[in-house]
Design a protein. Sequence first.
Length: 390
Amino acid sequence: PPSVIVVGAGLAGAALAHALAARQWQVLIVDEAHGPAARASGLPVGMLSPHQTRSPTPMSRLTELGVAQMRQVLPRLLPQGAGWQDTEIDNLGHAAGRWPAAMIRPAALVQAWLDAATATGCCRTRWSCRVRRIARAGGRWVAFDAQDQAIAEADHVVIAAAWGSVGLLAGLGFDPLTLPLRPVKGQLSYGPWEGPPLAERPRRDNGVYIPLYEDATAPTGMPSRLWAMGSTYDRGRTDTTVEPAAHERNLHSLQALAPDAAAHMARAMAEGSLQGWSDIRCASLDRLPLLGTLPDLPALRAQLEAAGHRRGRVPMEESPRLPGLHVFTALGSRGLSLASAGAGWLAQHLETGAMPLPPDLVRAIDPARFAWRQWRRQGCTPPATEEAAA
């Protein structure tokens, strides 16, 4: 059977490991942390809900597909009340309405995916192991650790490490022009809750207010009944410090969503009892995920140079690729909405070479899109700053 190394054990990596193990692929999932969901997927509670817009956009269409699939998958993976709760959400923004949704503790979902993958006998995990670089050798891909010792080799590698993907991609020759990824710090404000909730269901506008989330399997240190408000969206930040200023921004957003809840949050802040959680999301320049096979940059540049003035007619789908080297990252704040469906799309792509999406959506998430657009529009000679950086 085909083999794959998945780098990263958050929502994306775990969902993909599950999808490929179910297809009898031999999967090794590697993460530098001591266990799964150690970074942004460790959020105490997140909201599964579609991205609503006045008219359809690639992200709204992707999340519509993703939310529908995740709502089907959840009951098969986790009992309700033990890592997730079914709900609806009131959208108070420009696309007002009430939508099917779910409240999820992402780490519970990640663990369920990994448990199911391991139960097939086709998935292994390796913790506390940083993949420093990836290289092609003898028609296969080899992952090397921080001491430059080979960890494993496989037919395929999928980089699914969110913001941790950046160093690996840089080592493969990708830069902020050809694969522009951005760190986005997010802080959630939350606390224990007793008694009836202050709103009938979650509300969303500038942020999401969860009036009550109940979890019988909450880990030590996390309330089994909690309320939450978040998360902030701080571009360019890579620290994970929980900050009073971010709590203040969440409070300001909550005042517009639920004034009674904001009053409770303000009291908790004054008493020093408010809890917070913070980590780093990974987003692309256009905020759409990166999902698919990575481009072969020198070959793509040569292809467009050879096309000359006709390079504008070279379709993205014909971009040369690095066979067996893929990426599943830049889910931003849409990890819960996109992980399960995205893993299924990528697994089918790995097996068949095709992705079960309309062509325009395949192009919208294609990892080649930035380099292709840049060189197609401006020609292939890199600017002096890029040459200097290299």
